[in-house]
Structure formats: structure tokens, C-alpha cells
Design a protein around this ligand. Structure first.
Ligand code: TPP
Ligand code: MG
Length: 250
């Protein structure tokens, strides 16, 4: 697909607007026409958790567990990084809107975006899914969230740096590391107290489920949930993409 042009099996169709191309693609996918390769039409099966509840959280489970704790009232913001690739591949409950920015991809965007959305939609609750590397760019906006009595759920993936970048290039390079930060202290520096916020941390799948349940129940406070993940662990969609990019990078 290009700007106002689609190439299908070597044939070009132009000019065609993206919305018309997507409409046609949708019609083909739901019809009996047998021109779409079967792997493209992925059957959505319920996820079976791979890790145990008392074990470290796996990326292949993480986003499903988060999706299971969302409801129609949530506006989800998925930051560039494992968060975007993780949640993009997961079926969300009906009514949930998910925002990401795969084209421009400027990290740090989703934290203030979730704040703006919360101000614009006071009857909704923002759920921010953000990595430690991205959060470090715009974390100070937590101060405005607290000042404005905004009550988002911030799920911060602490995986020791730029995991999505490690998957694409420079797995163990220093440029994919970030400084060690105390994420539990960070909101406090921006005005978080026991009265206006709840700070949680999860290292196992069981702790994650309990923390997300608690976060959903505490509706009138800012919740920051720090999730510890392995620095080399990536969600399945990102594994597919990085495998496809590998020959070009080697
Ligand atoms: C402003 C900006 N700088 C750098 C990049 C390149 N980049 C894309 S994703 C990413 C790392 C994100 O790391 P993190 O937020 O920790 O997510 P993780 O993949 O570790 O979960 C970087 C550096 C970018 N997209 N935008
Ligand atoms: Mg990270």
C-alpha cells in the first residue's frame, strides 16, 4: 500500500483512497472469495497463559492479562515499544479505544496524550501502557495529572531500557540501556501522596492480576503500576517483525 496506490499481486490500482482500499479489503476478507492466503485470516483463539502465576511475567501473557482487566470505559494509550506491539495483537473488550502512533513513533507521546484525553473525556479512564525508556522523556507530566486530579492507570514496563530496539538492532549494545531509575519514587517527586495516588509493583503474573484488579477498583486516584519484565523478552508480533528485519540488519 502506498499513498493513494495499492499493488495487489503485481497489479497497481490508483488513485485509491486508503478508506476505500480498506473497505474493499474488509469485504474480501469476510466474503467466500478464496484469494486471501489462509495465514492472513488468523483465527482468534482464547489465550492460554504460558507462564505460571508465581513466575516472572512473560511478554506473551502480559498484554492478554492487561486486556482482561479493561472495560468499555477505558481509553488505552500504547506507547512505541513492546507496549504497542504487545497490545496491538490482543483482542480488547468491546468499546475500548486504543491509541498508538506507529508511523511517527516519537517516544514519550502517549503519557501527555493520555493526560489530554482524560481532560477532554472526564467520564472515561485513561490506561497508559508505556515502557521505561519512553516514560523517561515525558514523566514530568505526572505532576500535571496530579495537579488536575486526573486518575489514569499508568502501567510502566520496567525492562531495563529499549527492548524494542534490542529486538531490531544491537541486542546488548549500551545505546539500548537507560539509566537505572527508582520508578516508585518518581510520582512522589511530582506530588503523589497516599491521598491522591496508588503506587504498585508486579513481578509475577499473579501479582500483575491482583494489582490490575486493585487499580480498577480504586477509581479516584492516579495509579502507577510498575511491571518488571525481562530486557530481552518481546511480544509475539514483535518477534515476527524483528525476524523479518533480521536479514536486512545482519
Ligand atoms: C523521540 C524518539 N527517540 C528515539 C526513538 C527510537 N525508539 C523507538 S522505540 C524506542 C525504545 C522504547 O523503549 P521503551 O519505552 O523502554 O519500550 P520497551 O520496548 O522497552 O518496552 C526508541 C529509542 C523514537 N521513536 N522517538
Ligand atoms: Mg523498556
Amino acid at each position: 500500500m502506498h499513498y493513494e496506490r495499492a499493488s495487489i499481486a503485481g497489479k497497481n490500482f490508483a488513485p485509491i483512497a486508503l478508506k476505500d482500499a480498506l473497505k474493499t479489503l474488509h469485504e474480501v476478507l469476510i466474503s467466500d472469495i478464496n484469494i486471501v492466503p489462509k495465514p492472513f485470516c488468523k483465527e482468534v483463539k482464547p489465550h492460554e497463559q504460558q507462564g505460571k502465576d508465581d513466575e516472572a511475567i512473560l511478554q506473551e501473557d502480559l498484554w492478554h492479562i492487561i486486556a482482561d482487566h479493561l472495560d468499555h470505559n477505558n481509553l488505552v494509550f500504547a506507547e512505541q515499544g513492546t507496549a504497542y506491539f504487545g497490545i496491538s495483537d490482543v483482542r480488547l473488550p468491546e468499546g475500548v479505544t486504543c491509541y498508538g502512533q506507529p508511523m511517527w513513533g516519537s517516544i514519550g507521546y502517549t503519557l501527555p496524550a493520555s493526560l489530554g484525553a482524560a481532560i477532554a473525556s472526564p467520564n472515561k479512564r485513561s490506561v497508559l501502557l508505556i515502557g521505561d525508556g519512553s516514560a523517561l522523556l515525558t514523566i514530568q507530566e505526572i505532576a500535571v495529572m496530579i495537579q488536575e486530579n486526573i486518575n489514569p492507570v499508568i502501567v510502566l514496563i520496567n525492562n531495563d531500557g529499549y527492548t524494542v530496539e534490542r529486538a531490531i538492532h544491537g541486542e546488548n549494545q549500551r545505546y539500548n540501556d537507560i539509566p537505572k531509575c527508582n520508578w516508585q519514587m518518581m510520582p512522589k517527586a511530582f506530588g503523589a501522596t497516599d491521598d491522591n495516588s496508588l503506587l504498585l509493583k508486579a513481578e509475577t503474573a499473579g501479582e500483575l492480576k491482583a494489582a490490575l484488579t486493585q487499580a480498577a477498583a480504586v477509581k479516584d486516584k492516579l495509579v502507577m503500576l510498575e511491571v518488571i519484565a525481562d530486557k530481552h523478552d518481546i511480544p509475539p508480533l514483535l518477534a515476527d517483525i524483528s525476524a523479518a528485519l533480521k536479514p536486512k540488519n545482519d
